[in-house]
Design a protein around this ligand. Structure first.
Ligand code: AMP
Ligand code: MG
Length: 424
């Protein structure tokens, strides 16, 4: 590992610049119901004004506000339910019974709620001292969007709200970006698959399934390769296979130990390195580079390859907490760019510290924490550290819902201070 490590901010800026140069892979058409969690690859435009007619938002009486505010009895001139059009404009000195979602008759400029009106023998009157404002309880035609307006741009995350909007525009299908295929290559002689009974000195592969989940969350399709043992030929063969993917995540083998072979093996395959360490804890030995893409292995002069023939590759520390932090901070933005997202993250917020926490000089620290997001109005959510035993503490991570971010220069942050949190 090289000694000149980047600061957290420098590494973040470098990753953001790399992400900005990436293009999504291609597109496919999916049914609207299958579009949840995908990334929009088309522009969504309004196919008609929204709302398409001036619509009542209440059950009540359409009226002219000026007439209603005079508190005179207005003649009931008609009645319209949702799905029907008023049979005529609103006559003078009249009101029109109307239901939520129905078009208001031409000439009406407000809707009085049933509850605010006294009605008798075909006449209605706004009960004093209540008054009504111009436009009250009406959403005017086109107030939300005009026909042809761009409502969503390519790169938008599709969730429930975007699905509702697409449905309202008459889109039973959407064009979405293809999901990048992300190779996950775990390394380590001690690692056995989850189905296996570990020997006395072995542990189960927890980083692999964890990274697969993180990859899915960031818009990718995980491709879990068999765990590679800590020897150069095996690791080289596994990495060559991984080069078929759109992005490679290697976990383990990036520290300074005798069997930490990832960086030299990447180098032997012709990798270029963006960085080989970041001043963060956990995650310091993190490697970010590019390896020549598939079947470049036979290629004699790999160094002449264009960057489009290269696959971005992260060497993440093997400890699951370190892997998760370094994935969220650095690999997720690259993956989200490949997946087509405009917003690549990571996402930060502010919270109020419940207890003092100690920083670490020279390193930006990320500590598993629990944040109570159900904060009372006007207050920041309260965050507290989850006690943990090192970067392999899966129990602590499973009880966390964010990471506290302690800046490089902070010796101690005090209870009651605001702290930045990394959202999961
Ligand atoms: P390494 O980064 O290879 O030095 O590994 C750091 C620590 O993480 C060691 O204690 C490993 O046993 C552990 N570790 C490595 N890979 C995994 C994995 N896939 N699942 C769980 N723990 C791991
Ligand atoms: Mg290892």
């Amino acid at each position: 590992m090289s000694s000149d490590l980047l600061s957290f901010g420098e590494a973040q800026a470098l990753v953001a610049a790399q992400a900005a140069r990436l293009k999504p892979l291609g597109t496919e058409r999916v049914a609207l119901a299958a579009a949840n969690g995908r990334v929009l690859a088309q522009t969504l435009r309004a196919d008609r004004d929204q709302p398409p007619f001036s619509r009542s938002t209440r059950d009540g009486y359409a009226c002219r506000a000026a007439e209603a505010n005079a508190h005179k009895a207005l003649t009931l001139a008609g009645s319209t339910g949702a799905g029907h059009s008023p049979s005529s404009p609103l006559p003078a000195e009249s009101a029109w019974e109307i239901m939520t979602g129905a078009p208001v008759p031409a000439g009406a400029d407000a809707v009085m709620m049933f509850e605010h009106v006294e009605a008798s023998s075909g006449r209605v009157r706004l009960v004093p001292p209540r008054t009504i404002a111009l436009g009250e309880n009406i959403v005017a035609r086109g107030a939300q969007a005009r026909i042809g307006d761009e409502l969503l741009a390519p790169g938008s995350a599709i969730g429930f709200a975007q699905i509702a909007l697409a449905a309202s525009c008459g889109c039973p299908h959407l064009q979405v970006f293809l999901k990048p295929r992300v190779a996950i290559l775990n390394t380590g002689d001690e690692i056995v698959p989850v189905e296996s009974e570990p020997g006395p000195a072995q542990i189960r592969n927890s980083s692999g399934p964890m990274l697969a989940a993180l990859v899915r969350d960031a818009g990718g399709e995980p491709w879990l390769l068999p765990t590679a043992p800590d020897n150069t030929p095996a690791l080289e063969a596994a990495l060559k296979q991984a080069c078929e993917a759109d992005l490679i995540l290697i976990s383990g083998g990036v520290s300074a130990g005798k069997f930490d072979l990832v960086e030299p093996v990447m180098a032997s395959l012709g990798a270029r390195f963006h960085f080989t360490g970041v001043r963060i804890q956990p995650g310091k030995p993190l490697v970010f580079g590019e390896v020549p893409s598939t079947d470049l292995n036979q290629e004699e002069d790999r160094t002449k390859r264009q960057s489009k023939n290269r696959t971005k590759c992260f060497g993440l520390p093997g400890n699951p907490v370190s892997s998760a932090v370094s994935f969220l901070l650095f690999a997720a933005p690259i993956l989200r760019a490949l997946a087509g997202y405009t917003h690549r993250g990571p996402r930060f917020a502010l919270a109020r510290l419940v207890e003092d926490v100690k920083g670490k000089s020279g390193l930006t620290r990320f500590l598993p924490a629990s944040c109570n997001f159900a904060a009372p109005p006007g207050e920041f959510p309260a965050a507290r550290r989850v006690e943990r035993q090192g970067s392999g503490d899966l129990v602590a991570m499973a009880h966390s819902n964010c990471f506290l971010v302690l800046p490089e220069d902070a010796e101690r942050l005090h209870a009651g201070e605001n702290v930045r949190i990394l959202l999961l």
